[in-house]
Design a protein around this ligand. Structure first.
Ligand code: FES
Length: 64
């Protein structure tokens, strides 16, 4: 744990970000109303990118 963002790679799942962080959208504007911990998709299958929507699990995606 640090004073800044805590970033964890979930096994066969998303990138979990918590702590002190800011997320900026592709339009350069801050993304607000975020949960204290966000899950960012790394499988490419989410219908709600950049966030994980759980599709990695239902599709059996693995990080290997
Ligand atoms: S990591 Fe969960 S949908 Fe991509």
């Amino acid at each position: 744990m640090s004073d800044g963002a805590d970033i964890k790679i979930a096994g066969n799942g998303p990138i979990l970000v918590s702590g002190a962080f800011a997320l900026t959208g592709e339009d350069g504007q801050p993304v607000t109303d975020l949960n204290p911990t966000i899950a960012l998709c790394r499988c490419g299958l989410s219908a709600n990118k950049p966030f994980c929507d759980g599709t990695h699990s239902s599709e059996g995606w693995t990080s290997a």
